[in-house]
Structures are given as C-alpha cells and as structure tokens.
Ligand binder design. Structure first.
Ligand SMILES: Nc1nc2c(ncn2[C@@H]2O[C@H](COP(=O)(O)OP(=O)(O)OP(=O)(O)O)[C@@H](O)[C@H]2O)c(=O)[nH]1
Ligand SMILES: [Mg+2]
Length: 461
C-alpha cells in the first residue's frame, strides 16, 4: 500500500505537480526532485524550489545559471548576493548586499568593495557595519577598519598595540613584582624554577591555592612535553592563566533601546565609582549618546560635586540634590527625567558605606526597585566597582553587594597602582561574575574593556 502511494507521488511529481515534488523532497529524495525540477525550470514556482535546492547543496554555479537565465526574481537579495560572490560576480554581489543592509551584508559589501580597490567606500561601509555589529563581531570589524585606515594613511599608530601598551603600563607594578621577564629567560627547568614561580604567583595575589595548582600543572606539562627551556614554559603559563580566566570577561552591554538604558554603579567608598562613571560618560557622549548622571551618593557634598565636575567635563547632564537627601528619590528623578527628555543612557552613582551593612543592602534594593518602577527591564547593567590595590580582599567586599542585588559585571580600577594585578584571577573565579572594564589610570581614556588575552599578554608576555 505504502509502496503504491510512494510511486504515485513520483508519478505526480514527474508531471510537474508542485506539492508532489515537495513531498519527494520531504522524503529525502532530493536528487530525484531536482531532476524533475530541471525539466520544469521555465515555470516560476518550480524554479524557485529548484533554486532553494541548489542553495542547499551549495551548488552556486547552477543557482547562478538560473539567475542569469531567468532574472533576479529568485531568492532573497542576501541569497543572490551569496551566489554572485561564490561565482566571482563581485560587483553584482556587492550591489545585492547593499540592498540588504544588515550587519553581515554591510560587512561583506565592505570586504568586497575593498577587494575591488575602492577603500574609501569600504571604510564607509565597515563603519556603518560597526554601528550595528553584534558584540562578538565588533573586534573583527574594528580590525578591518584599522587596516583600511592604515592603508589610506589615516592613522599611523597601531591602535591595538597601543591599547596593549596601555594595559602593559597599567600592569607595570605587577609585572615588576613578578619579574617573569627574568624568571623565564635562559633558565633550566628545575624545582628551583617552579618554587620561584609559585612564590611570584602568590606575590601577584593570584591566591595561594591557585598558585600551587598552577605550578603543579606547569610541572606536569613540562614533563609531558619534555620542555627544555624556560622560554617555552612562558607560553604554557599564558595558556594556563587564560584557561583560568575562561568566562571571566564580557562586554559592557549598552544596547540602543526604546527607552533609556540604566547603568547602576556600586562599590565601597573610594573604589573608583565616580571616576568610572565620568570616564564612561565621556565615552558615551563622544559616541553621540545623550547621557544623564544621577548623583545618588548623597552621603558627602564632595561626592556630588565630584560627579558634577565629571558631568561638565563629559558634556553629560546631571540630577542632584542636597547632601543627605534620599538617594532613591534622586534615582527616581533622574530616570523620570531621562524618560521624559529622551536620554539614551543613565549612569547612577551610589554610596557604599560598608560598615553599615544592613542599611546599605536596603538602600541598594530600594534604588533598584525605584528604577524598575519606572523601567521594569532596567538596569541593563549593575556594575560593582572594585579597587585592585586591595587585591583579594575585594572578594569579601563584593559578597556583601552580591547579597543586596544581582551584579552583572565587575569594574576593576587602579590596576595601574598595584603589584597585585594577579588578583583578577581569584576575584573572577570566586565571584563568578565577568569583569567588564578595567581602570588603568585617572584620565578619561584610562578605562578599557577587559580582554583576557590582552591581560595575560600584558602580565606574562
Ligand atoms: N590610578 C588610578 N586611580 C583611580 C582609578 N580610578 C579611580 N582612581 C582614583 O581613586 C580615587 C577614588 O575614586 P572615586 O571615583 O572618587 O571613588 P568613589 O568610589 O566614587 O568613592 P566615594 O565617592 O568616596 O564613595 C580618586 O582619586 C580617583 O582619581 C584608576 O583606574 N587608576
Ligand atoms: Mg564617588
């Protein structure tokens, strides 16, 4: 019975019955379906099915043949672009990609037109692509943009290198303390070297447990790979520390939304909240965002003034009240104004008096509640600011804040002022919250995204 049914489908398909052909495809008999469709490609409906089949099997030449013969009514612009690109019709591919206009298409169009020699156009397209790039793709696009700018003579300095240099400078004290440069240079691999490494890891505040485990792993690897020189050990050390920091970094999330995006900053006194907010406000206003700051740290008049200075410097606006005012009411006013006046980004400074733990927790919860009363989806980011100079002690500090509200990311400040730069490893591993930003100095440009590879390179490389 079933057999008859099947052959019946084939019979109907052979006569050009679309639903029977689709049934054949569903049954997995694509070759058969394709052969039949090729006899009916003059029929628009069936031609479209054939086109999809060609795409599916990545037979771009045949797909291109159909477009050539029957015109551009086939597939989506993105599919046609892909076909054109694959068969080397780059101009056509470029034009189709331009019609689509999503991130991937702009990026491809940029790449193609660069290949065709029009670098200015490529730069324009990649810059447009960058504006709508998903976070995971940004770095790739930035690299291409930089390449083109260099080729066009628009930049001399290598931006990536200079970022790493800055990171290196930031980690200078830690680097000096761990003296990897000396330890890894021309040494024999022996117990003495491993003991020294362990001591240096501890000194950099990597934590005793982590230091011991790390050295144990290095020892094993050295035996397994039969390493002879200490230089080879350097690369493995980098790999191992990178592994330890897996999942420890993530991008700061500031998407464009229908309503203002709220970023809440927490941290004890002096950790660097206000400075970080100032640096970010500067960055966001440079990106063309309309930014407002909320001075919800009403504990000291000086704290409010300091935020005002940053608002002025960055061109952001500010909502403030008198010293001692209710922080939650400042937050309410800030968010309310942000909504009514169409601000893109709201940065909220809070007070972090840790010796009054219960009131602190209650106050932070109240602040969050007030934000959510006006914007239920916010805050997009709740960032805990930690001072790197206190090393691993930051962990116990962080736990108090974690108790109060969910923290989405950590900002480590003053990495430039400490020999304990290794503490980032236990901080992230213990708290299981990604590090999103690092402060490497007091000026506006001294705030960087946290990238594990750069950090490890600056630390050990
Ligand atoms: N070297 C260096 N100093 C920093 C960095 N970030 C902040 N600072 C300095 O650290 C000090 C404290 O920073 P604030 O931003 O005032 O800290 P806060 O958390 O707002 O402190 P309170 O308002 O007192 O709660 C200031 O002197 C800043 O200039 C950094 O990345 N590197
Ligand atoms: Mg402050």
């Amino acid at each position: 019975m079933l057999f008859f049914k099947k052959s019946d489908v084939e019979k109907r398909a052979k006569k050009g019955d679309k639903s029977a052909i689709l049934e054949l495809i569903r049954q997995g008999k694509k070759e058969k379906a394709k052969k039949i469709l090729e006899n009916y490609e003059h029929e628009e409906d069936l031609r479209k099915v054939l086109f999809e089949l060609y795409l599916e099997e990545e037979n771009y030449l045949q797909a291109y043949r159909l477009i050539e013969k029957y015109g551009k009514g086939l597939g989506t612009a993105k599919e046609r672009a892909l076909v054109f690109e694959r068969v080397g019709r780059l101009r056509d591919a470029y034009e189709e990609y331009l019609k689509v206009g999503d991130f991937e298409s702009l990026f491809r169009a940029g790449q193609i037109v660069k290949g065709l020699g029009d670098k200015e156009k490529a730069l324009e397209l990649l810059e447009r692509a960058l504006k709508i790039a998903p976070p995971s793709e940004r770095e790739k696009v930035e690299e291409r943009i930089l390449e083109i700018k260099k080729e066009l003579g628009l930049v001399k300095e290598d931006k990536k290198e200079s970022l790493l240099d800055k990171f290196r400078k930031g980690l200078k004290k830690t680097r000096e303390a761990i003296e990897f440069g000396i330890v890894f240079r021309g040494r024999k691999i022996d117990d003495e070297l491993f003991d020294e490494l362990e001591e240096l890891f501890v000194r950099a505040d990597l934590g005793v447990k982590t230091a011991v485990n790390l050295v144990e792993e290095l020892r094993k690897e050295a035996i397994r790979k039969n390493l002879k020189s200490s230089e080879a050990l350097r690369d493995i050390t980098k790999e191992k520390i990178e592994e330890l920091l897996k999942g420890c970094s993530s991008e700061l999330e500031v998407p464009q939304k229908e309503h203002p995006v709220v970023l809440l900053f927490l941290g004890v006194n002096g950790s660097g909240k206000t400075t970080t907010i100032g640096k970010l406000a500067y960055k966001f206003t440079r990106e063309g965002k309309k930014v407002i700051l909320g001075a919800a740290d009403t504990f000291r008049a000086a704290a409010i003034e300091q935020l005002e200075v940053w608002a002025e410097r960055s061109g952001a606006d500010i909502v403030k009240k008198h010293e001692g005012a209710d922080p939650a009411s400042v937050v309410y006013e800030t968010v309310d104004r942000a909504i009514k006046e169409g601000y893109d980004t709201v940065l909220i400074d809070t007070a972090g008096r840790l010796h009054t733990k219960e009131p602190l927790i209650n106050e932070l919860r109240k602040i969050k509640k007030v934000v959510q009363k006006l914007l239920p989806e916010e805050p997009t980011e709740t960032l805990l600011v930690l001072d790197a100079t206190i090393g691993q002690n930051a962990i116990s500090q962080a736990k108090v804040f974690k108790e109060a509200v969910d923290i989405t990311g950590i900002v480590i400040t003053k990495l430039d002022g400490t020999a304990k730069g290794g503490a980032l490893v236990p901080i992230c591993r213990e708290l299981k919250i990604p590090i999103k930003l690092v402060g490497v100095g007091e000026s506006v440009e001294d705030l960087q995204d946290f990238r594990v590879k750069e950090y490890v390179e600056a630390l050990v490389g």
